[in-house]
Design a protein around this ligand. Structure first.
Ligand code: SAH
Ligand code: SF4
Ligand code: F3S
Length: 452
């Protein structure tokens, strides 16, 4: 019997998937895993017991291609020991480089872009019959959105509501790798979320590069606030989140919908990028700092408990000292709960490449560090204001660093650690916050919420 079991185990094919980049890419990897599962592959935690390795690449920053090549290089010895090992590259570098990737490394067997994910099983068959060399890039409009998705946590789920981006911010490669913006019909989204609810999921995060322009180009008349109001009644779903909103397209209707719909969480990620109007113009962002600031004031007015996070780029071409100071002033003035900080990176095809005033790397790093230090203090202060308050937490996992510890998030997207039974994972509980750091909160379960 045990021998049979071992045989069975050995005969199971395995795929190892490594993901770089944003949530869209993470979510795409869940789709790849779903399709590979249909083709008979289990997910492997380690590359060394897999028959197929897939790297889902990101191209948002410089040297993405070099980094990818050195990643792949690490699998060279595995391939030497196991010539049958198949290595594929997906994601945004794959889209950008296409078949150049095959020429650049003998280790790569196939390449597929984000819009060709649905073809992965077919690609695998072609690789096994014809050998290496398959490249599938996919065209805009090629949809894989309804593909099978293998989510690894039964509590919180990403749901794609649109693909691509039409904004062409002057620094950004995404419109070139993900293609034009295409919204997904609302009934497909609702069906998927109803399915998630019946599978026991409690929270959905709607994904798109610019969710606030959802609905453009669809034959039905639907916008993002309407979509939210269609999701709100789905029984079993307790929380609705979304990323990312573009400040230019953030409407009063959306703010009203957020205030009115009880499941929409009190958190917004609204990328500012820079506090200087001159830099914002060079970035082609389509708003001024003042316009952005007014929207933040409006949101805070309507939803006082809201937490706000942002993306900031330092060292954009032409960012002189006073522009940098404007960004620092903006961060101090707005007081974000959290920021994602980047230093400007040259990307192929992008308009910013030809701007004057590119800055040296060490200056960019200096500015980055200055802002990091400043933001730590702001975030510590923000989190400190939670002490003594109670907050609703959805627990979604164990705390690997603490025996008997579990972790979850508040509606405002703060990470909260508590001591508590694993049976609470998947449940919403009230927690009293007892201490905080710049990165997370620590709480105690309130008496009446200790049992699941
Ligand atoms: N669609 C989202 C985010 C896309 S990429 C949005 O518009 O908000 C995530 C973040 O990466 C961007 O907000 C930006 O801050 C950063 N980023 C993108 N391209 C970059 C580049 N060339 N250099 C540095 N940061 C960049
Ligand atoms: Fe890039 Fe701008 Fe589109 Fe965001 S909105 S993905 S930063 S082009
Ligand atoms: Fe995402 Fe990176 Fe592509 S941020 S869209 S995986 S370039």
């Amino acid at each position: 019997m045990s021998e049979q079991l071992t045989d069975y185990k050995n005969s199971t094919k395995k795929v190892y998937i490594k993901t770089f980049g944003c949530q869209m890419n993470e979510h795409d990897s869940e789709r790849i895993a779903g399709l590979m599962a249909e083709a008979g592959y289990d997910l492997s935690e380690r590359p060394d017991d897999a028959q197929v390795i897939i790297l889902n690449s990101c191209s948002v920053r410089e040297k993405a291609y070099d980094k990818l090549r050195s990643e792949i290089g690490r699998f060279g010895s595995l391939k030497k020991n196991n010539p049958g090992l198949v290595i594929g590259v997906g994601g945004c570098v794959a889209q950008q480089e296409g078949k150049r990737l095959l020429g650049g490394s003998r280790l790569i067997d196939f390449v597929f872009g984000p819009r060709a994910i649905h073809k992965v099983p077919e690609i695998m068959e072609r690789v096994s019959s014809d050998g290496r060399g398959v490249v599938e890039i996919g065209a805009p409009g090629d949809k894989m959105i309804d593909a099978n998705i293998k989510r690894d946590n039964g509590i919180t789920a990403w749901v794609s509501i649109m693909e691509g981006c039409d904004n062409y911010c002057s620094y950004c490669v995404v419109p070139y790798t993900r293609g034009r913006e295409v919204s997904r019909p609302s009934n497909n989204i609702i069906n998927e979320i109803e399915g998630l609810a019946s599978d026991g999921f409690k929270e959905v995060t709607l994904l798109g590069q610019n969710v606030s322009s959802y609905g453009k180009g669809l034959s039905e008349s639907v916008d993002f606030p309407t979509l939210l109001s269609k999701i709100e009644p789905i029984e079993g779903i307790e929380r609705i989140r979304f990323i990312t909103s573009h400040p230019r397209d953030l409407s009063v209707d959306l703010i009203d919908a957020m205030a009115k719909l009880s499941k929409v969480c009190e958190h917004i990620h609204l990328p500012l990028q820079s506090g200087s109007d001159k830099i914002l113009e060079g970035m082609n962002r389509g708003y001024t700092y003042e316009e952005y600031r007014k929207k933040i004031d409006l949101i805070r007015n309507r939803i006082p408990s809201i937490s706000v996070s942002t993306d900031i780029i330092v060292g954009f071409p032409g960012e002189y000292k006073d522009d940098f100071h404007k960004t620092k002033d903006a961060l101090l003035g707005i007081g974000y709960d959290n920021i994602y900080l980047f230093r400007y990176s040259r990307r192929p095809n992008t308009a910013a490449l030809s701007l004057d005033g590119h800055l040296p790397e060490d200056l960019k790093i200096e500015r980055l560090e200055e802002i990091l230090l400043m933001q730590r203090e702001i975030a510590s202060r923000k989190n400190g204001s939670y002490i003594g308050r109670s907050a609703q937490v959805l627990f979604d996992g164990q705390n690997s660093k603490e025996e008997g510890g579990i972790v979850g998030r508040t509606r405002t997207n703060k990470v909260v650690y508590v001591k508590g039974s694993r049976s609470l994972i998947g449940h919403l509980k009230e927690v009293k916050i007892v201490s905080t750091s710049f990165a997370s909160l620590r709480g105690e379960l309130l008496e009446n919420s200790i049992n699941a």
